[in-house]
Design a protein around this ligand. Sequence first.
Ligand SMILES: [Zn+2]
Length: 350
Amino acid sequence: METIKLIQELSDAFGVSGFEDEVREVISGRIQPYVDELRTDVLGNLIATRKGKSDFKLMYDAHMDEIGLMVSYVDEKGFLRFTTLGGWDSRILPAQTATILTRKGKKIKGVIGTVPPHITKLEDRQKAIQIEELFIDVGASSKEEVEKMGVQIGDPAVPSYPFETLNSNVVMGKALDDRAGCAVLVKTLESLQGQTLDVTLICNFATGEEVGGRGARTAAYQIEPDLAIAFEGTIGADVPGIPPQRQPVRLGKGPAITVADRSLVVNRKLIIALEALAEKGKIPYQYKLPAFGGTDAGVIHTTRGGVLSGVVSVPCRYIHSPFSILRIDDFENTVKLAREIVLQCRTLLK
Ligand SMILES: [Zn+2]
């Protein structure tokens, strides 16, 4: 299917950590024709198996969840207070629109309210805003009205804007971390259709990465992989004001191979194999500079007796904000590398 359409559908889906149902539905619908087995486990991971000739198990992981908010209190005037799920910078939250998902599946729009500059003091304007000071305004004038709308404590929310295409090669969406990775897995499965595989490929679309790799931990335990690769949408920081040594990855330079991050030091043998694959397939690649961020591979590699694990990422600018952007050529090159890993990992790791 068309790549941009797939990324759009995935990025627009509501999938705050713990509430990944919509994303899971989109993915199951898409991959059904390409896999032999498809199941959802207790934590909500979607585990898809594409059988191969051997029982060597290659686990691919991409997380379905996105960082979000959760309604924590409704005041008498109908304003909602919230807590965060995942790593937000509170400075970017004011003045965003928010979408709340109610228990009945209704989506309620609101705005994260701000105090107009006319009535703020200069010294207050220079201070960073704390989450505790923020609130969502859904247009209600009382607690009762909020109740009638179906909004309750514990409902998830997310600042949300629709996906957009900036030009034929650059797209912008709210949840490219890590729907980009999910889309890589979908496209890889699609590209392997009809092909006899040497290894058994098990794709885990994980829940709860943004709150601590929760889904990946239990999925890896069940899968017992021989090799695992996490696919991420990661920190593209090639923007003004950031020195090159603090730019973990750059857009337009191809998939990023992680050497080490805060959750994992990748085995050199695996890095050499990934480089060889990219070079053989004439796929551009870059390194994700150590040691920023962490991924599901951080929990996967310490599962059971230990799992040889790596990370390959699609560079995305502005992750953990209401908008992130990626380049389609980087995405396509990541799919190419993901496909080569499936086809050649056993030979390369020998
Ligand atoms: Zn991520």
